[in-house]
Design a protein around this ligand. Sequence first.
Ligand SMILES: Cc1cc2nc3c(=O)[nH]c(=O)nc-3n(C[C@H](O)[C@H](O)[C@H](O)COP(=O)(O)OP(=O)(O)OC[C@H]3O[C@@H](n4cnc5c(N)ncnc54)[C@H](O)[C@@H]3O)c2cc1C
Length: 406
Amino acid sequence: MMHVMKQSDVIIVGAGAAGLMCAREAALRGKHVTVLEHSARMGEKIRISGGGRCNFTNLYARPETFLSQNPHFCKSALSRYTAQDFLDLVKAHHIGWHEKPYEDNAHQSAKGQLFCDDKAFLIIDMLRNDAQQAGVKFHLETDISNIEKDGDFFIVTTNKGDFKSAALVIASGGLSIPKIGASPFGYKVAAQFELSIIPPRAGLVPLTFADSLLAQTKELSGIGLQAEVKSEKGGTFTEGLLFTHRGLSGPSILQISSYWREGEEITVNLLPGQDMFEALRLVRREKPKQKLHNILCAYLPKKLAVFVAETSGHDVTIADLSDKKLRAIANSINDWHIKPQGSEGYRTAEVTLGGVDTGELSSKTMEVKKVPGLYFIGEIVDVTGHLGGHNFQWAWSSAVAAGQAV
Ligand SMILES: Cc1cc2nc3c(=O)[nH]c(=O)nc-3n(C[C@H](O)[C@H](O)[C@H](O)COP(=O)(O)OP(=O)(O)OC[C@H]3O[C@@H](n4cnc5c(N)ncnc54)[C@H](O)[C@@H]3O)c2cc1C
């Protein structure tokens, strides 16, 4: 039987956020596009994102809301396809959307998050329908066994036959949540073409405590509050914090997890905007007979107040506490230093930090400088957004940059 090679202008590997957007963009420009996806369904991460309502962009997405070895790399793509551009697309498709309400005192990072009013699959349908109408051919459950560069063409060998194209876009995402299709495919392709890779690690992920610390904090599991969290090497976020039975979670912790490295401390202020030392001194003057844990109950959830008082070793009448002791107690609230043991890893991480070194790519087109025709877009690239819609915005922006160049 004669072996038929399917040829198109562009092959895109991965029908996730970036792959769908790139396919749409290239096809609308008249390119013949083939998308190869190993899962049975496309856009699985979009479907489960934002609690099922897809936080599809952030109005305040800007270079400072992304982590990368080269913080300038994302500028070009983000400025040419903005959050407003994606919002215009959503509006043009009559998809209901809203901005998440935020606490008045919340950090900038909690603002500008746009969600679907209804289900996230509307975003998948929008991208897939546009792409299909523009002629994109999707091949699901397609396993790629080999990629070869043959002169000006790429030959992709799969269980559904061989595919050939002059442009190959890798949009296979990071390592987070293998259960729904994440694979190391993109890193392997990068290695095959001898591209430098910034070591991947889990980001936007809950942090875990060592058993000794957990033994103390386990009973706090379920308590949530607004906290300011900092890491040693940059990053400050004031958002929700949640005690879990393994350590800490909540938006502020997910945010800081992308900055935190093993062995480092994080600093937590459980009462941002409240100087606890001055507050305790005032109580000592005005109500000297009160016991510490009763005083703290006015500021913190009860279990946490008791925990702070007991672990301070000074749960006595406040009149008996010196300034030095009050300072130590206040610091355990305003300036709590914690050394997490690790993170919950790729099983629950929302993103993968690191990836293809941006030095290998054109920031204008996402094309590999030393391999003409090969492109990397989305999460596989060493550009990782803060929590709150930034990662999808990077997927859209990098996808459009490549989609206009292929
Ligand atoms: C639970 C969760 C919630 C999230 N919520 C949000 C949110 O609300 N807002 C936000 O901005 N970001 C969110 N994110 C992050 C966001 O989903 C990703 O950053 C984004 O999907 C990355 O897009 P991508 O196209 O690069 O990768 P993906 O969307 O992961 O797509 C990669 C695609 O490639 C396919 N693939 C992988 N390996 C192969 C292979 N070998 N062959 C063929 N196909 C392959 C995968 O099956 C997948 O379809 C969330 C992530 C998770 C895990």
